[in-house]
Design a protein around this ligand. Structure first.
Ligand code: SF4
Length: 181
């Protein structure tokens, strides 16, 4: 059967393949254009996202929207998802095993279906999930393998004004890259 972004979302809603399913209210498969040239990958659903079933719904979503606008696009032009689709207990970071399980089962397939030209990795969990190594502080604002663009997670920008400024610069660089896509 050919998979679509909708059939994958159905599978995600039933998934119990890593321990994170036990604490979730709703899964957060992702949201946006299923033919988008740009895909953004965050970390994991937070408390608000877990209640709504939508990615970047709370305050971090407002920050992300501001950043996306700096790149000259809006959220509706993108597809946004997380490295894992279920809310980790007490907002802890997803483990490496949980990241690997969710990527192999769902994230890789979402990428295969959407076929984005550029994948924006927001923060260290997304970076670890897709690349397996690297430090955000050293590679943010840069492209890896012409396919991934690395930047901070919006929640880091909310906590540290200097990171917010760096993230704004990253999204301005991203805006220039997108014009060439
Ligand atoms: S985080 Fe991913 S792999 Fe784990 S239960 Fe949720 S959908 Fe399944």
């Amino acid at each position: 059967m050919t998979q679509t972004i909708f059939s994958l979302a159905e599978g995600i809603r039933k998934c119990t393949s890593c321990p994170l399913w036990k604490g979730r209210t709703l899964t957060v498969p992702g949201e946006g254009m299923n033919t988008s040239k740009i895909m953004l990958i965050g970390e994991a659903p937070g408390v608000e996202e877990d209640r709504q079933g939508l990615p970047f719904f709370g305050k971090s979503g407002t920050v992300l929207d501001e950043m996306i606008n700096l790149a000259g696009i809006s959220r509706k032009d993108t597809f946004i998802t997380g490295a894992v689709k279920c809310h980790p207990p007490k907002n802890r970071n997803p483990s490496n095993k949980e990241l690997k399980t969710c990527r192999e089962l769902w994230l890789d397939k979402q990428i295969e279906v959407i076929k984005p030209k550029l994948i924006i990795l927001l923060g260290k969990s997304a970076l670890f999930s897709m690349i397996g190594k690297g430090k955000i502080t050293e590679i943010h604002g840069k492209t890896i393998s012409k396919k991934y663009f690395v930047t901070y997670h919006p929640s880091a920008a909310m906590r540290f004004p200097t990171i917010k400024q760096e993230m704004e610069q990253d999204f301005k660089i991203l805006g220039k890259l997108l014009k060439k896509l």
